[in-house]
Ligand binder design. Sequence first.
Ligand SMILES: [Zn+2]
Length: 323
Amino acid sequence: MRVQRSLWLALGAVVWLACGGGGAWDVAALAAQNPALGREAARRLGEATPYLLPLHGQLTLFLCRWRLTDPLLVSLPSDASPRERALLDRALRAWQQALPELRFEQVLAGAPAQLEIRFDADDPSRTATTAAECGVAVGAQGQPAQLDAGLVKAHVALRRAALDWRDDVQLLSDEELLGSALHELGHALGYQGHARHGLTVMLRSVDDVRRAGRRLLAGAPFADMALAALYSVPSGSVVGRLQLGAARTGELDRLAALAQRGRFAGPYVRVGDESARIVWRGPDGAAFGFFLPRVREVLREPERLELLPTAGTLALLRSEAPH
Ligand SMILES: [Zn+2]
C-alpha cells in the first residue's frame, strides 16, 4: 500500500473532498493562538488533512512543514529535458516567491536532497504522487499545544503524460506540467489533502491546477493562501486530539517503547488522501510501524481507526514480548 494522492485521476472533472477537516479539528483555536492567521487563511488550513499520531490512547492531529533553519535541498530529475527543467525551475521559483521564508537550494541530480523530484515510470494511467515525511520527537506524555515536528524528506513523482477522456495518451502541455509541479510541490511542502476554495493551487480540480500553470506562464505573480497559512504557524502545531482508549493504540505503544529502548529513529509520519503511515527506523535503516487506512473516515469517526502492521513489525514485537 502506498501513501499517494491523485491529481490526474479525474482528468477534467471537478471532484471535491467528501469531508476535508471540519468537525474533527479546531481551526478556531489555532487562529486564536496565531493572531497573524486571518480567517480565510485559517479556513484553508482547516481544509487540509492533518498529520496524525496515534499514541497512548489518543489520536493527535497536527500540522507539519519544513523548518526554516536551513536551506531546503532540492534535486530535479536526472532525465529532465531542457523544457522540463525550465518548467520545474519555474515552479520552484514560484514557491520561493510565495514563501520567501523558505530557501530552496538546488543540488545535482543524484546528490543527497531532502526534496527529490523525479519523473516516474511512463505509465499515463497512473497519477502524480507525493510523499512528505514528518519526523516527530515523541516526548513525555502530556498535552502540549505543539509537537517537536518537521518535514524531513519528500519525494515528488511527476507524470509526463495522462489519459484523456477517451483513454488516449496525451503528453502534458507546458501549463499542465507546470500546474502539476506546483500542486505536487505544495504537498511536498506540507499541505496534505486539498483546499475547497481560495487563491491556492492546492484545489483538487485538475482544471484549477492547469489554470495556475497557465497564469504563471503568462507572467502573473504566484501566491498561495493555503501554504502561506501553513508557514505562518509553527510546525508541529496541534490542531486536535481524539480519544481512542488505551487498547486501540496498544501495539503501537509497545513499538514506541521498544523503539525508544533500541534508539530507533522516528516516528516518521506520512499522510495521503487514503491512508497514513507511521514508522520508526532501526539502526540498520529497516522501517517498522503501521498503516492507518481510510484517514478521512477516521477523522470523522475515530472509532474506525485501524492500525495495520507493516512487514516485519509483528515479528519484531513478538520477539520482544515477555515470555
Ligand atoms: Zn493533490
